[in-house]
Design a protein around this ligand. Structure first.
Ligand SMILES: Cc1cc2nc3c(=O)[nH]c(=O)nc-3n(C[C@H](O)[C@H](O)[C@H](O)COP(=O)(O)OP(=O)(O)OC[C@H]3O[C@@H](n4cnc5c(N)ncnc54)[C@H](O)[C@@H]3O)c2cc1C
Length: 427
């Protein structure tokens, strides 16, 4: 048994679902294959009943990503649970250099927004739920993928609800274009022999939510410490003026050397809070509560081969970045939009969307944006992760320089706002 689609998206995570949402108004027949069930629970998208848990993990969306969500017609929905970043404070622990970016200086409402990942997922899936041209094939996994001259064939295994195991399915799907969005350890890319160039940072990102005695005031902190960079992002709106109880917290992303992760993860909360307070300082007052800690090994990877005839690789399957600069999803979203526009243009002109010539038009600009974004987050991480004294001075000069030189600061701000790779005329 085999069904044919114009496009099959492998992976219904944030990037795969974003691509499906970007194509929702097309007349193309699309399938999304995902190993986990994709469904809206009973509370659905109801913003009144949705309560992000204290431990919900979040993503910082750039201003550029807000513009994309507006273009997709999903911003009104998403904005029900976003926290604006009105200022960004960049500093180096124990040194004098510091710089501040403010939304006001760039005539925008916010430099970016922090959103619980679960809410991004709900917003995207709800937008796709009722569409006739999009099928979700899940829970299912890709077991084999082969390309013929005109189509790509995917063999599937489906999850047996009784045993929880994935079993070979007689169902196969074919598609003119297959988009691989199955994440950083992409099994599909491995099956196709698509290699990633990977550099391990020897660091892990420790992620948790934190309550502080002072309200964040919608300011994000990027702090560089000798053990690695740390980001503290504002989470949760608050009506302090009326003296209401707030749910304001911060989302912490703390880079730690590999050899320290196990001991920091194992610390009791009280001990962890003392360590964190020592590293972050008192800009937000006292650290009063922390949530569940998670950690992720950090790597910089990019696939040198992101298009083949009938195949495109997107999201973490194509590139994974250091998370401290909050750029991975924002970069992927720009890629998803260019791909959706290319697909739409090619369809209108009657061109094959799987043709390598068509797909090469997409990849040229993508590499420019990817290289710029990787350079920004990688260089910043390495420069600020180096503890040697000469480099410390260089950092101070860099931060002070950013503060003094409007041109340099504008460039930095454009990249942080996700506009570095685009032509948007906002700044
Ligand atoms: C700690 C941390 C903080 C971050 N913070 C930010 C931030 O603030 N801003 C930002 O822009 N980015 C941030 N990022 C990066 C961002 O999270 C990623 O860029 C984004 O999640 C990539 O999404 P993806 O859909 O490509 O991959 P994933 O989220 O990994 O999704 C892959 C999907 O594919 C499915 N899948 C896996 N195998 C198969 C298979 N064989 N067949 C079918 N489907 C399969 C999975 O179930 C999953 O649903 C952060 C990353 C980390 C680690």
């Amino acid at each position: 048994m085999s069904s044919h689609y114009d496009i099959v998206i492998i992976g219904g995570g944030m990037v795969g679902a974003s691509l499906a949402a970007a194509l929702k108004n097309s007349e193309l027949k699309i399938a999304v294959i995902e190993p986990y069930p994709i469904s809206n629970d009973e509370s659905g998208i109801n913003e009144k009943t949705y309560q992000p848990s204290y431990d919900a993990r979040s993503t910082a969306l750039s201003w550029g990503s807000r513009l994309i969500y507006e273009q997709l017609g999903l911003w009104d929905q998403l904005s029900q649970h976003v926290t604006p970043i009105q200022k960004i404070h960049v500093s180096d622990r124990g040194r004098f250099g510091a710089t501040r970016l403010s939304a006001q200086d760039y005539n925008v409402e916010a430099l970016g927004y922090v959103v619980p990942n679960e809410w991004i997922g709900k917003t995207l899936i709800t937008a796709l739920d009722s569409l006739n041209n999009i099928d979700f094939i899940c829970p299912a996994k890709v077991e084999g993928i082969t390309r013929t001259e005109s189509a790509t064939c995917i063999k599937l295994s489906k999850r047996n609800d009784a045993t929880g195991q994935y079993e070979w399915s007689s169902q196969a799907v074919t598609a003119e274009l297959v988009v691989i969005a199955d994440g950083g350890r992409s099994e599909t890319c491995q099956k196709l022999g698509i290699e990633m160039q990977t550099e391990l940072y020897g660091q892990h990102a420790l992620v948790t939510n934190v309550t502080t005695s002072k309200h964040h005031g919608y300011e994000a902190y990027e702090r560089f410490t000798e053990s690695g960079p740390m980001a503290m992002l504002p989470l949760g709106a608050a009506d302090q003026a009326e003296g209401k109880k707030t749910d304001a917290r911060c989302a912490l992303v703390w880079t730690l050397p590999e050899e320290q992760v196990a001991s920091v993860m194992a610390m009791p909360d009280t001990e962890f809070m003392v360590l964190l307070q020592g590293r972050f300082g008192y800009r937000l007052g006292k650290i009063e509560q922390v949530g569940v800690r998670h950690h992720y090994p950090l790597k910089l990877s990019q696939s040198a081969e992101q298009v083949r005839a009938g195949i495109v690789v997107v999201g973490n399957a194509a590139h994974a970045l250091h998370p401290v600069a909050g750029q991975g999803y924002n970069l992927a979203l720009r890629g998803v939009m260019s791909l959706a526009e290319l697909i739409q243009r090619a369809t209108n002109k009657g061109e094959s969307i799987g043709s390598l010539t068509v797909l090469q038009r997409y990849i040229k600009d993508r590499y420019i944006d990817q290289d710029k974004t990787i350079l920004f987050s990688d260089k910043i991480t390495r420069l600020f992760g180096d503890a040697s004294p000469g480099v410390g001075l260089l950092r101070d000069m860099g931060l002070v320089g950013l503060d003094i030189l409007p041109g340099a600061k504008r460039l930095f701000a454009r990249q942080a706002m996700g506009l570095g790779g685009s032509e948007a005329k906002i700044l």
